[in-house]
Every structure is written in structure tokens, then in C-alpha cells.
Design a protein around this ligand. Structure first.
Ligand SMILES: *Cc1c(COP(=O)(O)O)cnc(C)c1O
Length: 475
């Protein structure tokens, strides 16, 4: 029996690998393994012009137009990643991610430069503090190669916009002065492209802050430049545990022996690995491609973490899919394969609301004492709920647990805990006052105060230990 009968995926991956070796032989046949496997050589030999890319690929007119556009987002492709491109197929999923098209410059409805409003959430340059307990720390504007759909193309790729060491210090100072930050996510740009000693010292600076519990990096270097994940690098990051890494693979064609080896070194250094993919039209908007991708990921100890809806960012218009495609993909994964292999599909809210999970509906109906659910096969079942369940029984244990303040970000959770009755859109109260004079029916303000709301579950100081005083409480 041939491998293609026992494992069709393996034989497809073998074909891809042969093609990559063939391109390397054809274009870089005179480059020694020693140079090829040196990440500095890879970085200094990146391809970015029509001429350089034309040595590797048969460029289409649309690609030449994209590569020649004067105001395009930066192009750079490591020789290693370039070998994964099918030289003769303009629809190659690897190619579409890094080689620009003329059409990427086309504007579309709702296109924005900073679609996630990150700069508005930024207390110091490069630090994005959107969620209550964690921050995104942009440490560089450089990447090993540049993704055409980059959500941060407004800053990424511009060496003159890079962050200075004073700005890194200001980022650390903000984190040090903000005790609710327990999780710091380094991104960029790609943190693994900064000089190794600089990264070491930034991580050391973060580790010296007592309230920083976990540190993580979001990086596409393992995919673009797996040679960078050296043993020395793994030794360095071992000092900073608990330390997590999310990589960024979109298509199984990016999973090579080099990437597998890099992930094995990281996992062996005790780094839990996740993957963040972006749902991209013509690249991975297929249940079958996604199934193969997530299976290959878990085989190398990488847990699919998020599948992102493509952002409404300049340059990414032609990569957008409908949201229903993402729902269809999750429908095709959940239940059909290992729970470990199923990412959370999220839409990062345009305008800056953060990540919003979206999934198929599994709750069919409910009545007091019953919920009706359906599974992935369409089997419909009933869960009978206890009629005497007492959710208050846990209160005495719950009150021992320190609460974390979430100034102004308690959200729907505060409604469920009875601390607030409603969340009102901006201007709601003045709109509904409807002007007019004060009259006898309006005189008493307290009659709209709901009885017990804000009292039943008391998390005010003195009732359950608080880590810090809640700040800026609404109402
Ligand atoms: C994605 C993101 C995070 C991390 O979110 P998790 O859901 O915890 O992975 C933090 N800050 C910002 C601004 C983000 O975009």
C-alpha cells in the first residue's frame, strides 16, 4: 500500500515538501545549508522587489501591479517562506498571504486604517489596554515577512515608526503602575525579530513586576523564519515561565518539517503553544482545509486558539468572507473532531469592542425546568434542570475569593450579579427625559430605583476582600 492510500494528507504534504526543495535547488542551489539555516542570513536575503520575486515565481500582471504600487504596504518574504509558494499557481494559498495584488489597494465600505481603534486605547505608545486585566504590548514595527491582510499595517513595516527604548520603558512603567494587569501579550510587529538581548531584557523587565502573572508572545516567526527558534532562544525564554506563545498558521501548506522542529523545541522548553488563524477568502475559507490545518496543528502540540474574522482594514478588502463562512467552519469542526482542535471563532469588533465569539446555535429551546439542545449530528435532546437548585448556597465560599476590580468594564456580568439594572447607550437618560418642566409625577427620583439591585450581591469594600478599590463605578 502506498502512503496516499493510508494517509492522503501525508502524501499531499510530501508533494508540497518536494516542491519547496525543488524551488530551493533552482533558486538558492549555491547556498550552503549552514547559511540557509541561519536566521540572520534568511532575514538579510528577503525578497521584496518585482525582480527578486520574479526569480522565484511566474508573476501575474495583478502581482506586478501590486509590487510596483508606490504607496503599498511593505513587502518582504524570507527565502524559506518563498520556497513554500507554488511558482506557477497564482492561487497558491501561501503566495496570496505575502505577494501583493494590485486589487489590494481598492477601497471598500467601512474600510479603516485602525479598524480596532487600538490607538485610541493606548495610554502610552505601543501599549493597548482594552481589557480589564491584560495588555497588548507592541514592541516593534518589524516582521520577518509581511502578511497582506495585516491588521496593523498602519504602523507595521515602517522602520521609522519603530519603538524606542524610552517608549519600551514607558510601557513597562505603565504596567508597573497598573496592578490590575496580570497578563502581558507582546506583539507588534513581531517580537521575535528584535535583537535577542533586547527581548531578553524586556522579558526580564516584565518578570520583575510582581503582578504580571503570565507573559505571552504572538509571533509568526516560527512560520516565516523557523530557524530563529534556536536552542539558545528556548533556553532564554525558559527563565520567564509561565510563558506562552501563539503562532499564526493559516493553511496546512505552511506546516513544514522546519516548523514542526521549531514547535517541538518550544513545547519541549515548556511553552504552551496556540495558533491564531485569520479566515481569508481564497486561502482557508473551507471546512476541509480548516480540518486538515487543525489536525496538523495538534499533531505538533499546537492548540488552535482563535480563528479571526478578517478585519475591515485597508489592504484586506479582497480577503474578507461572510461571517456565515466562519460559523459553517465551526459547525464542521465541533463534535466532528477533537475538542482540542476546535478554535474559538471571533469577530474583533470594528471600532474597538474587542473580540466577540460567534458560533452556531446549539440551544434549541427552553422552558422552566428544561433546556432543549441539539448536537453536531442534529440529535435533539432535553436536559432537565433541577427545580430546587439554589445558586445562593455557594455564597459563603464565594465570599472568600478576592475580587478583581474591573472599573467600568463589568458589562452584562454586573447585570447578572444584580449590581446594575441596565446598560444604557450614551445619551439615553437625557433623550428620555424629553425636556419639559418638572411636574408632580416626576418629583420623586427614587421610584425608578429598583428594589435590592446593587445590594443583593455586595462586592463593596468590607464584603469580601478586594484586591483594590473599584474605580470610576458607573451610576
Ligand atoms: C487579543 C487581544 C488581547 C488578548 O486577548 P485574549 O482573548 O486574552 O487572547 C489583549 N489585548 C488586546 C488589545 C487584544 O486585541
Amino acid at each position: 500500500m502506498t502512503t496516499s492510500v493510508t494517509n492522503p494528507s501525508a502524501s499531499l504534504m510530501e508533494q508540497w515538501q518536494m516542491q519547496a526543495l525543488e524551488t530551493r535547488r533552482r533558486v538558492w542551489g549555491d547556498v550552503s545549508d549552514e547559511k540557509w539555516n541561519d536566521w540572520r542570513w534568511q532575514l538579510s536575503h528577503r525578497l521584496n522587489s518585482v525582480d527578486e520575486l520574479a526569480r522565484v515565481l511566474e508573476l501575474t500582471e495583478d502581482e506586478v501591479e501590486g509590487l510596483s504600487a508606490p504607496d503599498k504596504f511593505r513587502v518582504d518574504v524570507t527565502p524559506y517562506f518563498a520556497t513554500l509558494i507554488d511558482p506557477y499557481d497564482p492561487k497558491c494559498p501561501v503566495r496570496r498571504q505575502v505577494v501583493p495584488l494590485g486589487s489590494e489597494l481598492r477601497a471598500f465600505t467601512s474600510m479603516m486604517e485602525d479598524s480596532l481603534a487600538e490607538d485610541a486605547h493606548s495610554p502610552v505608545p505601543g501599549l493597548v489596554h482594552r481589557y480589564p486585566d491584560r495588555v497588548l504590548m507592541l514592541v516593534t514595527t518589524e516582521c520577518a515577512s509581511y502578511c497582506r491582510y495585516c491588521t496593523r499595517s498602519r504602523i507595521v513595516g515602517d522602520p521609522s515608526a519603530n519603538f524606542s527604548s524610552q517608549e519600551h520603558q514607558a510601557q513597562l512603567d505603565y504596567i508597573r503602575a497598573t496592578p490590575q494587569i496580570r497578563d502581558v501579550l507582546l506583539s507588534g510587529g513581531d517580537p521575535l525579530t528584535i535583537p535577542p538581548r533586547r527581548l531578553d531584557s524586556l522579558l526580564g523587565g516584565l518578570r520583575a513586576i510582581p503582578h504580571v502573572e503570565i507573559i505571552r508572545i504572538g509571533s509568526r516567526v516560527p512560520v516565516f523564519l523557523p530557524q530563529r527558534i534556536t536552542d539558545e532562544f528556548c533556553q532564554m525564554i525558559r527563565q520567564y515561565h509561565p510563558f506562552w506563545i501563539n503562532i499564526h498558521v493559516n493553511h496546512p501548506k505552511e506546516i513544514t518539517p522546519e516548523l514542526r522542529a521549531a514547535c517541538a523545541r518550544l513545547a519541549d522548553a515548556g511553552v504552551p503553544l496556540g495558533n491564531q488563524s485569520v479566515l481569508l477568502a481564497g486561502v482557508n475559507d473551507s471546512v476541509h482545509i480548516q480540518r486538515m490545518l487543525v489536525h496538523e496543528l495538534v499533531k505538533m502540540r499546537v492548540r488552535p486558539y482563535y480563528l479571526y474574522q478578517c478585519d475591515l482594514v485597508e489592504g484586506a478588502g479582497h480577503f474578507r468572507t461572510s461571517v456565515s463562512k466562519g460559523i459553517e467552519i465551526i459547525e464542521g469542526l465541533r463534535g466532528h473532531t477533537s475538542g482540542y482542535a476546535v478554535p474559538t471563532y471571533v469577530v474583533d469588533a470594528p471600532g474597538g469592542g474587542g473580540k466577540i465569539p460567534v458560533m452556531p446555535n446549539y440551544l434549541v429551546s427552553s422552558a422552566p425546568g428544561k433546556v432543549v439542545l441539539r448536537n453536531y449530528e442534529g440529535y435533539i435532546t432535553t436536559y432537565s434542570e433541577p427545580l430546587d437548585y439554589d445558586p445562593l448556597e455557594i455564597k459563603h465560599l464565594e465570599s472568600q475569593i478576592p475580587r478583581r476590580p474591573e472599573a467600568g468594564q463589568e458589562g452584562v456580568h454586573a447585570l447578572l450579579e444584580g449590581r446594575q439594572m441596565a446598560i444604557r447607550p450614551q445619551g439615553f437618560d437625557s433623550t428620555h427625559a424629553r425636556g419639559g418642566a418638572m411636574h408632580r409625577l416626576r418629583e420623586r427620583a427614587d421610584k425608578w430605583q429598583p428594589f435590592m439591585v446593587g445590594e443583593t450581591v455586595d462586592v463593596s469594600p468590607g464584603n469580601g476582600p478586594l484586591l483594590a478599590e473599584p474605580m470610576g463605578e458607573e451610576q
